[in-house]
Ligand binder design. Structure first.
Ligand SMILES: Cc1ncc(COP(=O)(O)O)c(C=O)c1O
Length: 482
């Protein structure tokens, strides 16, 4: 872990990089933040960055890029076909992910579209450790269903289990026997399961999944969007790998998958995505979809400049000081909130800190979206934009009924090397104040609900005038301070 012992005795996650390009932020008055919430339908996706102070919505496409990444963009080879930028990216994929073939796509969900179109038929089942919103939407769009097979420990908020993203192996075999291997085109493993708090799986667990996949002749698909961080936590938490490096762990993991896909917005701090495999047969099965949906096979809808930065970003994934920066800030924030009695997903994972909204807002029923309400309330009192990862992010079932999430989380993403430690301290400070005043937070209801991925553009409104009351209390306590 990137922690330095201070003379005071404290371990501090000291930044091992320097800032060379900066962007001005806006901390606007609370009255403006209230207006912005109404304009944006109490949905943090619909806020304008002009009104946002700390943007903790996501780490997707928001990680800081390195000087080497930016420099690499200058020698991009602008060609529709046969670009040397693609040659460099292909080499990086072979070196870092250890896979022979690469199909470039414009981002992670484009890979999900192609894999689902190629392999899913009506009635198929895709077992997975846990779903990601876009992965599930593509599977159901193509007539498939998902089965989430985590161990019970994964749903325990205050846990010390090192690998809450592990696939439940016993349940996996049961499900395969019940549904028949021919109805299961692939098993999906997501590195650092996004929706349950950025929790990793172990290499041993992946080996167990692989042996069941072999036993029943089923493909294994690895969503590698957050693979670097998962590999980093394997180094920290899995005895067998304590003397290994990130690159070695990444290759052990990708080596077990028939197909690896990723969002480069996360994995390599750039834009874009990819599908890779060692199998010529799989490559051929997917190849035709790329020119149809994405672009020619040597750019896949990605600008060549971004392709260059993807290649450099992939190599930088091997640098522990790059990959450990976000998890060490997350751990600092999680520990601080935990000490203050705020329920958070533990152990600290990757991607962000995850606040337990079901506990924070225990007075708000799930029908009134406690995680969405907490996201709106935190923005109002601080300008910090987090993301609801609860029932609003769920999709309705096939009969149109609301489905409630296993966990109601407010995710506060910590993109790589973007924030300073005093900004993280501000996040903790404002959350502590809000916790003291939590009874002033009220629920939300939809006034506009899109049929697919409703959390992106959906519109909500407060059930009463709780935002005004919360604002009044903030002004009472903080006076003119922003
Ligand atoms: C685990 C996981 N898979 C897939 C995706 C989709 O990637 P993209 O946003 O690039 O389409 C994401 C994005 O956040 C993700 O976290």
């Amino acid at each position: 872990m990137q922690e330095i012992k201070f003379y005071s005795g404290e371990n501090i996650p000291l930044e091992l990089h320097k800032t060379r390009i900066v962007q001005k932020l806006h901390l606007v008055p609370i009255e403006r933040r209230l207006e912005a919430l109404y304009e944006g339908g109490f949905n943090t996706f619909r806020l304008s960055t002009k009104d946002v102070f700390l943007d903790m919505l996501t780490d997707s496409g928001t990680n800081a890029m390195s000087d080497e990444q930016l420099a690499s963009m200058m020698h991009a080879d602008d060609a529709y076909a046969g670009s040397q930028s693609f040659v460099r990216l292909h080499k990086a994929v072979q070196d870092v992910l250890g896979k022979k073939y690469l199909l470039p796509v414009h981002q992670g969900r484009a890979a999900e579209n192609i894999i689902s179109k190629a392999y899913i038929r009506k009635g198929n089942l895709i077992p997975m450790n846990y779903h990601f919103t876009t992965a599930m939407a593509h599977i159901t769009e193509n007539g498939g269903k998902i089965a989430e097979l985590l161990y019970d420990e994964a749903y325990v908020m205050n846990s010390s289990h090192p690998f809450k993203g592990n696939m439940n192996i016993e349940k996996l075999e049961e499900i395969i026997k019940l549904n028949g291997a021919k109805n299961i085109p692939y098993i999906r493993m997501e590195a650092s399961t996004n929706l349950i708090g950025g929790q990793p799986f172990s290499v041993q667990n992946l080996r167990d999944v692989r042996s069941l996949a072999d036993k029943y002749g089923i493909r294994l698909v690895l969503d590698a969007s957050l693979l670097g961080e998962n590999a980093y936590l394997v180094l920290e938490r899995e005895e067998e790998f304590k003397d290994s490096n990130i690159g070695e762990v990444i290759k052990v993991m990708t080596g077990m998958a028939d197909l690896v896909y990723f969002s480069a917005r996360k994995l390599s701090s750039s834009r874009g995505g990819g599908i890779c495999t060692d199998s010529e047969e799989i490559y051929k099965e997917l190849e035709a979809f790329v020119p149809l949906f994405e672009g020619f096979l040597t750019y896949g809808g990605i600008s060549v400049r971004e392709i260059e930065s993807m290649a450099v970003g992939l190599y930088e994934t091997l640098d522990e000081t790059v990959i450990s920066q976000s998890p060490s800030f997350i751990k600092y924030l999680v520990d601080d909130l935990d000490k203050a009695g705020i329920s958070v997903v533990k152990p600290a994972g990757v991607l962000g800190a995850h606040v337990n909204a079901m506990d924070f807002c225990s007075h708000i029923p799930q029908t009134e979206y406690p995680a969405g309400s907490l996201a709106a309330a935190l923005f109002l009192i601080s300008g910090i934009r987090g993301m609801e990862r609860g029932s609003i992010s769920n999709q309705r079932d096939e009969y149109g009924n609301e489905t409630y999430a296993d966990m109601e989380l407010l995710r506060l993403a910590v993109p790589r090397r973007v924030f300073t430690l005093s900004q993280i301290m501000f996040v903790a400070d404002r959350l502590k104040w809000l916790h003291e005043n939590k009874n002033l937070i009220g629920g939300l209801k939809f006034n506009y609900e899109p049929p697919v991925l409703r959390f992106f553009m959906g519109g909500l409104e407060p059930v009463n005038d709780w935002p005004q009351k919360l604002m009044a209390k903030f002004k009472e306590d903080f006076g003119d301070s922003l």
